[in-house]
Design a protein around this ligand. Structure first.
Ligand code: BES
Ligand code: ZN
Length: 626
């Protein structure tokens, strides 16, 4: 293990120390990204200027991308990533056409676009059109929005989808600033992960144009756009909510603590470097809980529980403003550097807001997710239980499990338990500061940690960082997490198991997380009578809390609790969050009675799902014979 790390570290250092007189493109980090065709060491995109016109009828964006390129002497071409784009022309800014070709395609990576550069020409202009099936785009009918009046469009870039709507070098290690003008039909509004330069919009032929600019360089997976009937509701001096008009008010109330969260994060990890922090609440088909698009987190409406009980998701996306957006995994193999750090910080922020007891419940639930994922993946020796993943020949999406999140967070909890909070906090703050706007690899992080955190060999030996990062399973030095609140819940579960009727359980003022613990701790097999009694006492089938409903529906499927099936069908057909959708189809498909039901619900629901969710469910249902 050691020699491998040393070698990698050496190579990296050799590449990143930029001698100004070398012929290399400045600031290119030459960590090979197997999920991009780009060769940033030869020529790299540094700025993207977009002019976009979405066509809701044709479900296409017509676009012009002007790319600024830096290249080494002698490099006469630049390679971009595309996926299913129609390239109409490639020219110099003066309009002279440039020789270009789309290379052979790959089902995962899309097609490379190779552009021959003019002598001294460092800007190219690409006219293009997206495909109606572009993986990053979801086009919604008015009926799929809450207003029901206008259509909606949103993009999802992570991990390698941006290439299906922007022709650029789509690697997390290749940072680019961007600007855009987006031309939308009258009555609609565009928002992006960038500064909005024209809050009122500009009147143009056929509608309104909105202009944006992001001065901080970001990897392309963070370029994001949404267009719809959008209203703004202010939260604090630098925060607010964008949502459909009938959702914005409730959303602003749900997220009222966000300003406090930003303050807490700055106290712990240094200045928030992105200006504003707004949250866009999407229509319910949004395939994720949240997506950390800079300045504008994209969020599912399924976290609008009405009681602020699911806002740790906002803490998570906000935390990415440091871990992920400031210091970014150089390749998807080190996705854990984004998500594990973020999950750790998420609970720290919630601890600042709501206290230790609350944060420990989140940690405990996370640890349980981790145990389950390890066992789902085949146990503690399964290769995908490593933090640093081998993604050769695979879609990065395949490697994106709770391992990155929860094993990553458990690793930092372990470091904390050895060096103490104060030193870990100071270390992380410095890490974000010294590597701001840079890509990061596991090797480079470990080297930095050995050089800047551990004071003695004993400390390093107690942490066992290399084992955490490169070996499968959960190392046995992970700190045990105790939650007094959950211990009380477990007592009630035990009482239920020994026959106490649900109505007599002591569930007094349980919060969402205690209920989640309760549902997870129930025995696998429950009788119809037990399920009815639980449902009668606690109203799970009617729960307006998406997390509680989801946990209950899994139990209902497992035990074929028929009274919950209409609610299940409703849940599967009215929101598209993959984390909820995929396990429910999986659970159904695993039973004789459920498989046909899953198929019939899916036949209706599939057209309403985002490609990310639909692709996952396709795999779940196709794998099982009719
Ligand atoms: N960056 C992720 C979402 C993501 C991951 C998109 C991988 C595409 C590929 C985001 O920060 C995230 O982790 N969202 C979670 C919520 C979070 C609280 C765990 C989600 O969507 O469930
Ligand atoms: Zn995340």
């Amino acid at each position: 293990m050691k020699p491998k790390i040393l070698l990698a570290t050496f190579l990296l250092t050799a590449c990143t120390v930029d001698a100004p007189d070398t012929a290399r493109a400045p600031s290119a980090v030459e960590v090979a990204d197997i999920h991009s065709y780009a060769r940033p060491g030869e020529a790299r995109v540094t700025h993207v200027a977009l002019d976009l016109t979405p066509d809701f009828e044709a479900r296409r964006i017509t676009g012009r991308a002007r790319l600024a390129i830096e290249r080494v002497e002698g490099a006469d071409s630049v390679i971009l990533d595309t996926d299913d784009l129609t390239i109409l022309s490639v020219t110099t800014p003066a309009g002279d056409s440039l020789h270009h070709r789309l290379g052979e395609g790959d089902a995962i990576l899309g097609e490379p676009l190779i552009v021959h550069l003019a002598e001294g020409g460092d800007t190219i202009v690409i006219e293009y059109r997206t495909s109606p099936d572009a993986a990053a785009l979801q086009w919604l009918e008015p009926a799929q929005t809450s207003g029901g009046r206008l259509p909606f469009l949103f993009t999802q870039g992570q991990a390698i989808l941006t290439r299906s709507w922007v022709p650029t070098q789509d690697s997390p290690g290749i940072r680019q600033t961007y600007e855009a003008v987006v031309r939308v039909p009258a009555g609609m509004r565009a928002v992006m992960s960038a500064e909005l330069l024209t809050p009122e919009g500009e009147s143009v032929a056929g509608g309104t144009a909105y202009r944006f600019r992001l001065d901080q360089p970001v990897p392309p997976y963070l370029i994001a756009l949404a267009v719809g009937d959008l209203a703004f509701a202010e939260i604090g001096p630098r925060s607010g909510v964008w949502a459909e008009p009938d959702v914005a008010g409730a959303a602003a109330d749900e997220f009222a603590e966000v300003e406090e969260m930003i303050d807490a994060a700055e106290r712990l990890y240094g200045p928030y470097r992105w200006g504003r922090y707004d949250i866009l609440v999407l229509p319910p088909s949004f395939p994720f809980g949240g997506m950390e698009n800079p300045r504008l987190t994209f969020a599912t409406p399924t976290i609008l529980a009405g009681d602020r009980s699911l806002v740790s998701l906002v803490a998570h996306e906000l935390a990415h403003s440091w871990s992920g957006n400031l210091v970014t995994n150089a390749t998807w193999s080190d996705f854990w550097l984004n998500e594990g750090f973020t999950t750790y910080i998420e609970t720290r922020l919630m601890e600042e807001l709501r206290g230790r007891e609350y944060a420990d419940m989140l940690r405990q639930l996370g640890r349980q997710d981790l145990q389950e994922t390890i066992s789902d993946l085949g146990g503690p020796s399964a290769p995908d239980t490593r933090l640093h993943l081998d993604l050769a020949g695979r879609n990065p999406d395949d490697g994106m499990t709770s391992i990155a999140y929860e094993k990553g967070a458990a690793f930092l909890q372990t470091v904390e338990s050895v060096v103490g909070r104060e030193r870990l906090d100071a270390f992380l703050r410095r890490y974000f500061d010294e590597h701001a706007f840079e890509p990061m690899t596991a090797e480079r992080f470990l080297e930095y940690m050995h050089a800047n955190l551990f004071e003695t060999e004993q400390e390093a030996a107690r942490v066992r960082a290399e084992e955490w990062v490169f070996e499968p399973g959960l190392p046995d030095n992970a700190p045990v997490i105790r939650s007094a609140a959950f211990a009380q819940v477990d007592t009630q579960v035990a009482a239920f198991e020994s026959g106490a009727p649900p109505r007599e359980l002591d569930t007094g003022d349980w919060s969402t997380h205690e209920w989640l613990r309760f549902l997870r701790a129930l025995p696998d097999t429950l009788s119809a009578g037990q399920l009815e009694a639980l449902d009668g006492a606690f109203g799970f089938t009617k729960s307006g809390n998406s997390e509680i409903l989801f946990a209950w529906l899994r139990i209902a499927i497992r035990n074929r609790y028929e009274p919950a099936l209409p609610a299940l069908e409703q849940f599967l057909t009215t929101q598209g969050r993959r984390k909820f959708i995929a396990p429910l189809y999986e659970d159904l498909a695993a039973t004789d009675w459920g498989a046909p039901l899953a198929r019939s619900i899916y036949a209706r629901a599939r057209p309403t799902y985002h490609a990310v969710t639909a692709n996952t469910v396709d795999q779940i249902l196709d794998r099982r014979p009719e």
